[in-house]
Write a protein of this length. Sequence first.
Length: 87
Amino acid sequence: MRNRFLWWPLHPLGFTIGAGRWISHLWFSIFLAWLLKSMILRYGGPKLYRNTIPFFLGLILGQYACAGTWFIIDYFTKMTENMVFWI
């Protein structure tokens, strides 16, 4: 449907990804990302969207940098109770 009709809002990968159990932890974050992208594209246009991509990629990189820091701290302190990811 997505290839046939440009207005079709559902992506076929969404059905397969949505079947995973980890989606129950991340659904709100995914919804917020979709909402922000839609608002930026609607009110700011493609130019603002391209200008905000580095900011959002920086948020993802920051999450992984924080997780990596905690893994290093856990390695040196021999602790295992810190939970960084749910999966």
